[in-house]
Design a protein around this ligand. Structure first.
Ligand code: SAM
Length: 286
């Protein structure tokens, strides 16, 4: 079995399989073993854990996950990597490797089948081109989750943990706040990857809430209001919501709802906290 312990190991395996890196799949392989250790530490894997790894690549992180977890379910979109993973994971028997696009899988079904529906941990060095859709679908599909520990672009990690009134605050910050507690565990420079990406990265852990931090009767409405607010973030919230094609509220109705919550009618969405968006959804449902 080829263990991936040094940058040289990665180069050798790429050469052995004459592997051409595919940009369209966001392939940047991690070659810094200290960073791999940091991801594994941040994910806090215990021997009972069922771990979903999205995009195992050459298997450097998968090897470490297999050593710590009960079972690793690794989903890789690139069929050219399957024989490579066959070699790098040959020493382990506690993994399932699936050649698929993770966004096409029924993850609820997989969690039911392999973990009796109990919450799982997700660990990944995510492809940059599809980071937000993957995170959002894990949340929106209501997959039972303990935590998500992922390498993402540094800028995206900062957006995930941004607070209201800051420039990074947006729909992603609010979704993360609703579902989880974010914590940036490491900043990772671009020279830790082959090939080297154009941006720096960060490892972020999202520890999923057992109980949501706000009560909201119509979750879908709240997220539509959030999308409306940040679609046109320079507009007042009244205008942004009244103009948003997926919603059917007049300016007067939105203004009245804001007033009932003690908020200024000229406020912009970027100033509202998660609790205030939940309140607005409640006021517009009445
Ligand atoms: N985990 C490896 C590492 O840390 O070196 C590879 C990380 S690389 C940034 C992203 C990996 O995700 C690649 O192996 C890529 O082929 C795979 N990938 C890209 N899009 C995917 C998708 N939609 N579903 C599953 N895997 C995907």
């Amino acid at each position: 079995m080829a263990t991936l312990q040094t940058p040289q190991d990665t180069i050798e395996i790429l050469q052995k399989y004459n592997f051409s890196i595919r940009k369209k799949f966001g392939q940047n392989f991690l070659i810094d073993m200290h960073v791999l250790d940091k991801i594994i530490d941040a994910a806090d894997i215990s021997p009972d854990d069922f771990v979903l790894e999205i995009g195992p690549g050459l298997g450097a992180m998968t090897q470490r996950l297999c050593e710590k977890a009960r079972q690793v379910y690794a989903v890789e979109i690139d069929k050219m990597l399957i024989p490579v993973l066959g070699e790098t994971l040959a020493g382990y028997d506690n993994y399932i490797l699936v050649n698929e696009d993770v966004l096409k899988l029924d993850l609820n079904e997989i969690v039911k089948k392999h973990n009796q529906g109990r919450p799982i941990k997700v660990v990944a060095n995510l492809p940059y081109y599809v980071t937000t859709p993957i995170i959002m679908s894990l949340f929106e599909e209501k997959i039972p989750l303990k935590s998500i520990t992922v390498m993402v672009q540094s800028e995206v990690a900062h957006r995930m943990q941004a607070k209201e009134g800051t420039k990074d605050y947006g729909a992603l910050s609010l979704a993360v706040a609703y579902y989880a507690d974010p914590y940036i565990a490491a900043n990772v420079p671009r020279n830790c990857f082959i090939p080297r990406p154009n941006v720096d990265s960060a490892v972020i852990t999202l520890t999923c809430h057992e109980d949501k931090p706000v009560k909201v009767s119509d979750e879908k409405l709240m997220f539509k209001l959030i999308r409306a607010a940040f679609n046109q973030r320079r507009k007042t919230l009244v205008n942004a919501v009244a103009n948003f094609e997926e919603l059917n509220y007049t300016k007067d109705e939105v203004a009245a709802a804001l007033t009932s919550l003690g908020l200024d009618v000229n406020v912009r969405g970027e100033a509202l906290s998660l609790k205030e968006f939940a309140g607005l959804a409640g006021a517009l449902t009445i």
